[in-house]
Design a protein around this ligand. Structure first.
Ligand SMILES: [Mg+2]
Length: 266
């Protein structure tokens, strides 16, 4: 088990054919949901605070760099920069989008600056590597960050070989999550079938457009949950089909569940 995570796994219930798994439906199964998960062909993962936990403070370092960028760009102090940053995050989905709309910044300059951090705080994650290796299906990273940052993080965790692609904020033409256009672009680029796609995210609001498209969603909750608290979001939202505080354990259960239903057509 990944040492960073702890907490209670929640998932599926009503799967009478996998009684050994302690699962409980978070919400009544919508049309996209099938208890055995064997219909899932593609697994889409957010990067920051999903593939690695917020407790590493790696994303906190990015967050700090964003504030520094804004303070320098707009010649304001740190607290004013923070206010602007969070305002853009809330109103535009991501800080970068707000800066592009209001200040016409070059996105590459911003991304290079905020991602100039030490990913060495992340340790290789053998448990995640193992789970990804045994989880059959296509795997794609879907991030509001840059591909370079994603590659750095994946290399550090030791999971790069398990993913066929990174769909980054540039691929989304900077219409980042949770803009529905970003999800449509992801689906089109990688020829995904939304009803056969499961998506993992630490920001629950980023699951809403995915559920709208027909994807099955997993909210990977952080113990710090800084963004959720700042947004005032509640858990138990109808577009959150599953939730867990431990990504690796959730994946392990999904793998067992799929193996327990080998005859089910995918
Ligand atoms: Mg994230």
């Amino acid at each position: 088990m990944c040492p960073w995570f702890s907490g209670h796994l929640t998932g599926l219930q009503g799967n009478e054919r996998a009684p050994t798994l302690e699962h409980a439906w978070i919400r009544p199964a919508g049309p996209a949901l099938k208890p055995n998960l064997n219909h899932i062909e593609a697994w889409v993962f957010d990067l920051d605070n999903t593939l690695y936990p917020a407790s590493t403070n790696l994303f906190a370092a990015i967050d700090t760099r964003m504030g520094e960028f804004i303070a320098t760009l707009l010649n304001v102090d740190a607290s004013e920069a923070r206010r602007i940053q969070k305002n853009y995050f809330r109103n535009y989905g991501m800080t970068l989008r707000g800066l592009m709309v209001n200040h016409a910044i070059e996105p590459g300059v911003f991304l290079d600056y905020v991602h100039a951090i030490d990913v060495g705080v992340l340790a290789p994650d053998p448990a995640l590597q193992s789970a990804l290796r045994r989880l059959e299906g296509r795997k794609i990273i879907f991030t509001n960050g840059s591909s370079t940052h994603a590659e750095n993080v994946m290399d550090q965790l030791g999971v790069a070989d398990h993913f066929e692609a990174i769909f980054d904020v540039a691929d989304a033409d900077y219409l980042s999550k949770p803009d529905p256009a970003a999800y449509r672009a992801l689906v089109a680029r990688h020829h995904l079938s939304p009803r056969a796609t499961m998506i993992f995210e630490d920001l629950s609001r980023n699951l809403a457009p995915a559920a709208e498209l027909g994807m099955t969603t997993v909210w990977v909750k952080n113990r710090t949950a800084w963004a959720e608290s700042e947004e005032g979001l509640e858990s138990r939202l109808d577009y959150v089909h599953h939730e867990t505080e431990n990504l690796v354990s959730w994946l392990e259960d999904a793998i067992k569940m799929r193996l327990s239903e080998p005859s089910t057509a995918r």
